[in-house]
Write a protein that binds this ligand. Structure first.
Ligand SMILES: Cc1cc2nc3c(=O)[nH]c(=O)nc-3n(C[C@H](O)[C@H](O)[C@H](O)COP(=O)(O)O)c2cc1C
Length: 184
């Protein structure tokens, strides 16, 4: 059955290398589930003000004041699953990504989520960190993928962090297999 999948690019940097990671995710989704509708949100350009909301989201669910947060809430609600594509910054995720998660509350409950981390050292820390955050807000993390930056490209054969090898498998040719099937 066709799904609506939101891909969130978590790096807000203008010079972000995350484009390649997002392309990898989108290409893989389209290959595995061509019937799906995939939307990409880049937190570098998708404006979510820091001071827009007066209420604690969990205490006043979906009682938003700003148009930006109302739109963000609607976007998350109308998608069946969210793929978070995040770089590792100081062993965690970018502040922009934390803010995007913190702004909402009930929207995350039961939402299927995939965590894709990338960094030169293999995203060893950010993947469990973001998984913890998403679990805390009630999302269901169905797959976790950690990638060393140098493997972002279809020519790559290895580079998955050892501890995540069980979720980011390699096929018989040694190519990365992106475990997105669990979104369905
Ligand atoms: C503020 C900052 C902190 C970083 N901390 C880490 C780190 O703890 N571990 C790591 O492997 N790479 C770290 N890096 C490198 C980034 O993960 C790497 O450059 C990544 O490709 C950046 O993604 P982006 O270009 O999409 O923002 C850091 C980069 C920045 C900008």
């Amino acid at each position: 059955m066709s799904k609506k999948v939101l891909v969130v690019k978590g790096s807000p940097r203008k010079q972000s290398t995350g484009e390649l990671a997002v392309k990898w995710v989108v290409d893989t989704l389209k290959e595995k589930h061509p019937e799906d509708q995939v939307t990409v949100v880049d937190l570098g350009t998708y404006y979510l003000p820091l001071d827009a909301e007066p209420y604690v989201p969990a205490a006043a669910p979906q009682e938003y004041v700003s148009e930006e947060v109302k739109a963000w809430s609607k976007l998350v609600q109308e998608h069946d699953a969210v793929v978070f594509v995040t770089p590792e910054y100081n062993s965690s995720y970018p502040g922009a990504l934390k803010h995007a998660v913190d702004l909402l509350s009930t929207e995350w409950a039961g939402k299927k989520a995939v965590v894709v981390g990338y960094s030169p050292s293999g995203a060893f820390f950010v993947v469990p960190e973001l998984t913890t955050l998403l679990t805390k807000v009630g999302a269901t993390v169905t797959a976790k993928v950690a990638v060393q930056t140098f493997v972002l490209g279809y020519e790559a054969k290895t580079g998955v962090s050892k501890d995540f090898a069980n979720v980011a498998n390699t096929d018989a040719q040694g190519n990365l297999v992106f475990a997105l099937g669990t979104l369905h």
